[in-house]
Ligand binder design. Sequence first.
Ligand SMILES: [Zn+2]
Length: 178
Amino acid sequence: MHREKQIMITVKLEPLKQWQCDSCGELIESPKDGWLEWLSDEDHLAYGFKIVHHLPASPYKDRREEGCYHYDRHTRRMDTHLDEFLGEDGLAHLLMFLDVGVVDPDSKGPWVRDIREFVELTRRLATPYYEEARQYWSRAEAEGYFSDANQVSPYLVGTLKKIIEKYGERGDRKVRSV
Ligand SMILES: [Zn+2]
């Protein structure tokens, strides 16, 4: 019987449930503590996506009234609870940025300014282990880790776990084995 080889690794972030805040760099402990912000330009294209702490969970909340929010004073700010973009309905919210579907069949997406930025957001929200592995991405790249990669292989769960295993620092807070 074929059994897939399991990799035991130590992770700092629970996959698809914890993130590193784009503002303070600290741990977002759970989806309800997360917030998603972006801007909408004059052509209604979204850009500047940020995953940050929701104000009540922000380590900055006593020092800055906007907590970890980037665009609090920006007139074209869009924002919502992070958990809307997660789980089984998460993809419906993400794909809206590419095509609004039945509500307006004539509209031509995508409704994002930069597809690469949007794909990065999608990977962070929907690909297990990517949020942590991306912290080691530039080191892995510099050491030629992706020299034999194809268009998909760097983003597969098995690869992401190996990147964390190889480059992840030991002894960090919030360590657990998966
Ligand atoms: Zn934060």
